[in-house]
Design a protein around this ligand. Structure first.
Ligand code: BG6
Length: 486
């Protein structure tokens, strides 16, 4: 029986280029879809949760492309890691971090996505950062595509609705292998594959148009992403025989609202359509049969080429990773109280406390999730995101007393340890976002996740200086005791 975390457990932190990097128009980088997501700093919190705020429109896209400065586009400044990456890596090393889950921006490597040659300056930048990790004894977990794509790919091809994206992505992947194959320890072709359904613009660069069957559009785009992921994994394995490739979803654990069979069935459907579908395709290599009925009900017909099933079969992931922020209730009762959650609005569970943003905190759900995933796939697991978004206060002496975050991390890491003792093969976890960054869902700095504070506000005002929060010291101690002392 396992008694705790394995000795080589990968403790780390995660960020996304779009949210942390800034430097949006420097070093030859092209404009990407993240650079076009706007948020007026005056937008109230309640409004930031609503769908229209999170979705993109053609008009907003046009305004963003026309705007040549940072304007009201927070992802254009991020946390300024583009200029401060060395300082950030020093802090990660001081924390004894073993792995950094970072991402590269497609538009920094191919500014238009379909350029004849990659941007040498972009490649050199990421090489410096990855070498910087290695020099500090930090492994690199690379998310190859974290939401944003070059705007040109949206304008020219319609983004992931177009099958041409598959070839362009595979070419991009090949460039990454050729340039960083000696530096990356774990590869992840896509962040949260199910985001295409729940956050269509972030996940699949989709804009909703009147009159179309949007479910059809979403699932066709997802099919192209599945193919791109599978082909990239196959190619990666061929080019780098020892490489390890993962897949990832935003994992939404569901509890039935009551023990009525109807609620139990609803739970099963919710699990299938929001979770299992994605990992079944990427880990088992085939569309599951339960989706046939779902597609028929929604009038979805996925256009497939004769070879597609083979492609999916041959490009399965070596390990499964997922983000975990909250759990929710499944019920047929449409009047059930709602609360906010990551990417989705969730049904409320009266047994769980919620964060300031309404997300339901549930460490036990993480243990359940890990067991469910391992039971189903028997592949190694990695928690690629977990963390608490909260308002922090920077004191005059530079301290940030975030005992609420420490409690959250402690409880979730303790749940992971329980899962390992249950027999789950969990080999690492990365706290989201290890350093404060712009929130993806609500496009603000105020919702902070980091154990490192960044002095910047929602309008991008501030020194961008870094400060160690109390959770920084707590996590350092956790890593150094391999999760024994929480
Ligand atoms: C994850 C995303 O789903 O949730 C991240 O992969 C995101 O990009 C994180 O930042 C937290 O969500 P939010 O909306 O608070 O930033």
């Amino acid at each position: 029986m396992n008694t705790g975390f394995p000795a080589d457990f990968m403790w780390g932190g995660a960020t996304a280029a779009t949210q942390v990097e800034g430097g949006w128009n420097e070093g030859g980088k092209g404009l990407d879809t993240g650079d076009c997501r706007s948020a007026d700093p005056a937008t109230p919190r309640a409004q930031r949760r609503e769908r229209p705020f999170k979705e993109m429109t053609t008009e907003r896209m046009k305004a963003a492309i026309a705007c040549e400065d940072t304007g009201i586009y927070p992802f254009r400044w991020g946390s300024d890691q583009y200029h401060r990456w060395e300082e950030d890596l020093d802090l990660f090393a001081e924390m004894s971090m073993k792995v950094y889950r970072m991402s590269v921006s497609w538009a920094r490597i191919f500014p238009n996505g379909d350029d004849a040659e990659p941007n040498a300056e972009g490649l050199a930048y990421y090489r410096k950062v990855m070498e910087g990790c290695k020099k500090r004894g930090i492994k690199v977990f690379l998310t190859m595509l974290y939401y944003s794509i070059p705007v040109h790919l949206l304008e020219e091809y319609g983004g992931w609705t177009n099958r041409k994206m598959v070839d362009l992505y595979v070419r991009y992947a090949k460039t990454l292998y050729e340039n960083f194959g000696d530096l990356v320890d774990y590869w992840l072709p896509f962040n949260e594959m199910n985001a295409g359904r729940f956050a269509p613009f972030s996940g699949a660069a989709l804009i909703r148009h009147e009159g179309e069957n949007f479910d059809q559009v979403v699932h066709q785009a997802l099919h192209h992403e599945f193919l791109a992921s599978a082909l990239a994994i196959k190619l990666g394995h061929e080019m780098m025989p020892d490489s390890k490739f993962g897949c990832m979803i935003a994992r939404f654990c569901h509890y039935a609202g009551t023990c009525s069979p109807e609620d139990q069935l609803q739970r099963q459907h919710d699990e299938q359509y929001t979770n299992w579908f994605y990992t079944d395709v990427m880990a088992r290599g085939a569309y599951p049969s339960y989706m046939d009925r779902y597609f028929a009900l929604k009038g979805i017909e996925i256009a497939k080429d004769p070879d597609d099933d083979k492609i999916l079969r041959e490009g399965t992931a070596d390990f499964i990773s997922f983000s975990y922020y909250f759990t929710q209730v499944s019920t047929v009762n449409t009047a059930w109280e709602k609360t906010d959650g990551n990417l989705v609005v969730a049904s409320k569970n009266p047994y769980l406390p919620t964060s300031e943003w309404g997300w339901q905190e549930d460490p036990t759900g993480l243990r359940i999730t890990l067991n469910q995933l391992y039971d189903r796939y028997q592949k190694p697991l990695f928690v690629s995101e977990f963390g608490l978004g909260a308002t922090d206060v920077l004191e005059e002496d530079g301290a940030v007393h975030d005992e609420y975050r420490i409690a959250y991390l402690r409880n979730h890491i303790a749940a992971m340890r329980e899962a390992v003792i249950d027999g789950v093969d969990l080999f690492g976890c990365t706290i989201w976002g290890i350093i404060d960054l712009v929130s993806n869902g609500t496009i603000e700095m105020t919702k902070r996740y980091g154990v490192i504070y960044v002095d910047a506000d929602d309008a991008g005002e501030g020194t961008f200086d870094r400060y160690k929060k109390d959770s920084f010291y707590w996590y350092k101690h956790c890593i150094e005791t391999n999760g024994e002392v929480l």
